[in-house]
Design a protein around this ligand. Structure first.
Ligand SMILES: NC(=O)c1ccc[n+]([C@@H]2O[C@H](COP(=O)([O-])OP(=O)(O)OC[C@H]3O[C@@H](n4cnc5c(N)ncnc54)[C@H](OP(=O)(O)O)[C@@H]3O)[C@@H](O)[C@H]2O)c1
Length: 197
Protein backbone atom coordinates (compact mmCIF):
# COMPACT_ATOMS: atom_id res chain seq x y z
CA UNK A 1 0.00 0.00 0.00
CA UNK A 2 0.99 3.63 -0.36
CA UNK A 3 1.28 5.19 3.08
CA UNK A 4 2.08 8.83 3.77
CA UNK A 5 3.36 10.06 7.13
CA UNK A 6 2.95 13.59 8.40
CA UNK A 7 5.43 13.49 11.26
CA UNK A 8 8.38 11.15 11.32
CA UNK A 9 9.55 11.36 14.89
CA UNK A 10 9.45 8.69 17.58
CA UNK A 11 6.13 7.12 16.63
CA UNK A 12 5.82 8.16 12.98
CA UNK A 13 9.41 7.24 12.20
CA UNK A 14 9.08 3.87 13.93
CA UNK A 15 5.83 3.00 12.18
CA UNK A 16 7.30 4.12 8.87
CA UNK A 17 10.26 1.85 9.48
CA UNK A 18 8.06 -1.19 10.15
CA UNK A 19 5.72 -0.54 7.25
CA UNK A 20 8.53 0.10 4.77
CA UNK A 21 10.14 -3.14 5.89
CA UNK A 22 6.88 -4.92 5.11
CA UNK A 23 7.15 -3.68 1.54
CA UNK A 24 4.73 -0.76 1.62
CA UNK A 25 5.52 2.41 -0.31
CA UNK A 26 6.12 4.84 2.52
CA UNK A 27 6.48 8.61 2.23
CA UNK A 28 7.55 10.70 5.21
CA UNK A 29 7.22 14.41 5.92
CA UNK A 30 7.91 16.77 8.79
CA UNK A 31 7.80 20.49 9.51
CA UNK A 32 11.34 21.15 8.26
CA UNK A 33 11.00 19.77 4.76
CA UNK A 34 12.12 16.62 2.93
CA UNK A 35 15.83 17.54 2.96
CA UNK A 36 15.87 17.08 6.73
CA UNK A 37 14.56 13.53 6.30
CA UNK A 38 17.01 12.32 3.68
CA UNK A 39 19.10 10.22 6.04
CA UNK A 40 16.17 8.64 7.87
CA UNK A 41 14.36 7.93 4.61
CA UNK A 42 17.43 6.21 3.15
CA UNK A 43 17.90 4.18 6.31
CA UNK A 44 14.35 2.85 6.48
CA UNK A 45 13.53 2.67 2.79
CA UNK A 46 11.05 5.55 2.61
CA UNK A 47 10.72 8.62 0.38
CA UNK A 48 11.11 12.08 1.92
CA UNK A 49 8.38 14.44 0.74
CA UNK A 50 6.61 17.67 1.64
CA UNK A 51 3.59 17.67 3.95
CA UNK A 52 1.32 18.28 0.97
CA UNK A 53 2.83 15.38 -0.93
CA UNK A 54 2.54 13.11 2.11
CA UNK A 55 -1.17 13.90 2.32
CA UNK A 56 -1.51 13.13 -1.40
CA UNK A 57 0.82 10.14 -1.38
CA UNK A 58 -1.17 7.51 0.30
CA UNK A 59 -4.04 5.15 0.47
CA UNK A 60 -3.43 5.70 4.18
CA UNK A 61 -2.14 8.95 5.69
CA UNK A 62 -0.79 8.75 9.21
CA UNK A 63 -0.62 11.99 11.19
CA UNK A 64 1.94 11.63 13.95
CA UNK A 65 2.69 15.07 15.28
CA UNK A 66 2.10 16.90 18.58
CA UNK A 67 -1.60 17.69 18.94
CA UNK A 68 -1.02 21.44 19.03
CA UNK A 69 0.87 21.21 15.71
CA UNK A 70 -2.23 19.96 13.91
CA UNK A 71 -3.49 23.54 13.95
CA UNK A 72 -0.36 24.55 12.02
CA UNK A 73 -0.95 22.15 9.13
CA UNK A 74 -1.72 23.88 5.83
CA UNK A 75 -5.34 24.82 5.41
CA UNK A 76 -7.16 22.65 2.88
CA UNK A 77 -4.42 20.00 3.21
CA UNK A 78 -6.94 17.24 2.63
CA UNK A 79 -9.28 19.15 0.34
CA UNK A 80 -8.18 17.26 -2.76
CA UNK A 81 -7.39 13.97 -1.08
CA UNK A 82 -9.88 11.30 -2.22
CA UNK A 83 -12.49 10.45 0.38
CA UNK A 84 -11.42 6.80 0.33
CA UNK A 85 -8.02 7.65 1.75
CA UNK A 86 -7.88 6.63 5.41
CA UNK A 87 -6.43 9.16 7.84
CA UNK A 88 -4.92 7.89 11.08
CA UNK A 89 -4.09 9.99 14.12
CA UNK A 90 -1.50 8.66 16.57
CA UNK A 91 -1.75 11.72 18.78
CA UNK A 92 -2.26 12.12 22.49
CA UNK A 93 -3.11 15.49 23.99
CA UNK A 94 -0.57 16.55 26.62
CA UNK A 95 -1.63 20.01 27.82
CA UNK A 96 0.89 20.30 30.64
CA UNK A 97 3.82 18.62 28.98
CA UNK A 98 3.71 19.93 25.44
CA UNK A 99 0.50 21.11 23.84
CA UNK A 100 -0.72 23.91 26.07
CA UNK A 101 -4.43 24.29 26.60
CA UNK A 102 -6.79 23.56 23.73
CA UNK A 103 -10.15 24.82 24.95
CA UNK A 104 -12.37 22.51 22.92
CA UNK A 105 -10.59 19.43 24.25
CA UNK A 106 -10.57 20.75 27.79
CA UNK A 107 -14.29 21.29 27.46
CA UNK A 108 -14.88 17.65 26.55
CA UNK A 109 -14.19 17.08 22.88
CA UNK A 110 -12.00 14.04 22.36
CA UNK A 111 -8.61 14.95 21.01
CA UNK A 112 -9.02 12.99 17.78
CA UNK A 113 -12.42 14.59 17.26
CA UNK A 114 -10.64 17.92 17.53
CA UNK A 115 -7.99 16.74 15.07
CA UNK A 116 -10.70 15.58 12.67
CA UNK A 117 -12.36 18.96 12.84
CA UNK A 118 -9.06 20.76 12.24
CA UNK A 119 -8.25 18.79 9.11
CA UNK A 120 -11.82 18.45 7.89
CA UNK A 121 -11.66 14.65 7.74
CA UNK A 122 -12.64 11.75 9.97
CA UNK A 123 -9.68 10.00 11.56
CA UNK A 124 -8.89 6.64 13.07
CA UNK A 125 -7.08 6.92 16.35
CA UNK A 126 -4.43 4.22 16.46
CA UNK A 127 -0.92 3.50 17.68
CA UNK A 128 -1.41 6.13 20.38
CA UNK A 129 -1.44 3.55 23.15
CA UNK A 130 2.05 2.14 22.84
CA UNK A 131 5.37 3.82 23.48
CA UNK A 132 7.62 4.27 20.48
CA UNK A 133 10.38 2.29 22.17
CA UNK A 134 8.05 -0.67 22.61
CA UNK A 135 6.84 -0.35 19.04
CA UNK A 136 10.43 -0.38 17.88
CA UNK A 137 11.82 -3.12 20.08
CA UNK A 138 9.07 -5.43 21.28
CA UNK A 139 7.80 -6.98 18.08
CA UNK A 140 8.21 -10.72 18.57
CA UNK A 141 6.74 -13.79 16.86
CA UNK A 142 3.30 -15.05 17.82
CA UNK A 143 3.43 -17.39 20.77
CA UNK A 144 6.43 -15.75 22.39
CA UNK A 145 6.06 -15.58 26.16
CA UNK A 146 5.39 -12.06 27.37
CA UNK A 147 4.36 -10.77 23.98
CA UNK A 148 2.33 -7.62 24.22
CA UNK A 149 -0.59 -6.60 22.01
CA UNK A 150 -2.06 -3.34 20.86
CA UNK A 151 -5.44 -3.80 22.46
CA UNK A 152 -7.05 -0.91 20.68
CA UNK A 153 -6.24 -2.52 17.36
CA UNK A 154 -6.98 -6.06 18.38
CA UNK A 155 -10.53 -4.99 19.08
CA UNK A 156 -11.19 -4.52 15.41
CA UNK A 157 -9.12 -7.31 13.99
CA UNK A 158 -11.45 -9.91 12.58
CA UNK A 159 -14.57 -7.83 12.98
CA UNK A 160 -16.82 -8.11 9.97
CA UNK A 161 -19.06 -5.16 10.69
CA UNK A 162 -18.87 -2.20 8.39
CA UNK A 163 -20.64 0.52 10.30
CA UNK A 164 -18.68 3.54 11.41
CA UNK A 165 -18.05 3.84 15.12
CA UNK A 166 -18.11 7.46 16.24
CA UNK A 167 -15.05 8.60 18.16
CA UNK A 168 -17.23 9.91 20.93
CA UNK A 169 -18.24 6.37 21.85
CA UNK A 170 -14.71 5.25 22.54
CA UNK A 171 -11.28 6.67 21.95
CA UNK A 172 -10.10 3.14 21.17
CA UNK A 173 -12.47 2.65 18.26
CA UNK A 174 -12.01 3.84 14.71
CA UNK A 175 -13.96 6.79 13.41
CA UNK A 176 -14.23 5.18 10.02
CA UNK A 177 -15.13 1.75 8.82
CA UNK A 178 -13.72 -1.37 10.38
CA UNK A 179 -12.20 -2.31 7.06
CA UNK A 180 -9.69 0.50 7.44
CA UNK A 181 -8.73 -0.64 10.90
CA UNK A 182 -8.32 -4.15 9.66
CA UNK A 183 -5.83 -2.98 7.08
CA UNK A 184 -3.76 -1.31 9.74
CA UNK A 185 -4.14 -4.19 12.12
CA UNK A 186 -3.00 -6.59 9.43
CA UNK A 187 0.08 -4.48 8.86
CA UNK A 188 0.81 -4.32 12.55
CA UNK A 189 0.22 -8.03 12.94
CA UNK A 190 2.56 -8.78 10.07
CA UNK A 191 5.17 -6.61 11.70
CA UNK A 192 4.97 -8.81 14.77
CA UNK A 193 3.23 -6.14 16.77
CA UNK A 194 -0.10 -7.84 17.25
CA UNK A 195 -1.21 -11.24 18.37
CA UNK A 196 -4.33 -13.09 17.33
CA UNK A 197 -6.37 -12.52 14.23
N1 LIG B 1 6.55 8.91 21.60
C1 LIG B 1 5.67 7.98 21.96
O1 LIG B 1 6.03 6.94 22.57
C2 LIG B 1 4.22 8.14 21.61
C3 LIG B 1 3.37 7.07 21.80
C4 LIG B 1 2.04 7.16 21.42
C5 LIG B 1 1.56 8.33 20.88
N2 LIG B 1 2.39 9.40 20.73
C6 LIG B 1 1.82 10.63 20.15
O2 LIG B 1 2.15 10.65 18.77
C7 LIG B 1 2.38 12.01 18.36
C8 LIG B 1 3.82 12.10 17.86
O3 LIG B 1 4.67 11.82 18.96
P1 LIG B 1 6.22 11.58 18.77
O4 LIG B 1 6.72 11.14 20.09
O5 LIG B 1 6.48 10.76 17.57
O6 LIG B 1 6.72 13.08 18.53
P2 LIG B 1 8.16 13.54 18.05
O7 LIG B 1 9.16 12.46 18.20
O8 LIG B 1 8.40 14.85 18.71
O9 LIG B 1 7.96 13.77 16.48
C9 LIG B 1 7.05 14.73 16.05
C10 LIG B 1 7.10 14.76 14.54
O10 LIG B 1 6.12 15.70 14.12
C11 LIG B 1 6.71 16.61 13.20
N3 LIG B 1 6.00 17.87 13.25
C12 LIG B 1 5.87 18.72 14.29
N4 LIG B 1 5.13 19.77 13.94
C13 LIG B 1 4.78 19.58 12.65
C14 LIG B 1 4.02 20.32 11.72
N5 LIG B 1 3.44 21.47 12.03
N6 LIG B 1 3.91 19.83 10.46
C15 LIG B 1 4.47 18.66 10.12
N7 LIG B 1 5.20 17.90 10.96
C16 LIG B 1 5.36 18.37 12.22
C17 LIG B 1 8.14 16.72 13.65
O11 LIG B 1 8.93 17.23 12.62
P3 LIG B 1 9.99 18.38 12.92
O12 LIG B 1 11.02 17.77 13.81
O13 LIG B 1 10.51 18.75 11.56
O14 LIG B 1 9.22 19.50 13.57
C18 LIG B 1 8.43 15.25 13.97
O15 LIG B 1 8.73 14.55 12.79
C19 LIG B 1 2.13 12.87 19.60
O16 LIG B 1 0.79 13.33 19.60
C20 LIG B 1 2.34 11.90 20.75
O17 LIG B 1 1.63 12.28 21.90
C21 LIG B 1 3.70 9.32 21.05
Amino acid sequence: MRIGFIGAGNIGGTLARHLAKLGHQVSIANSRGPESLTALAAEIGATPVSIVDAAQAGEIVIISIPTKAVADLPRELFANVPSGVVVVDTGNYHPELRDGRIDAIDQGRLDSQWVARQIGRPVIKAFNNILAKSLLEKGVPRGTTGRIALIGLRRFVGRQGNSASPCRRSWLRPCRRWRSGQLLAAAARNAGLLSGS
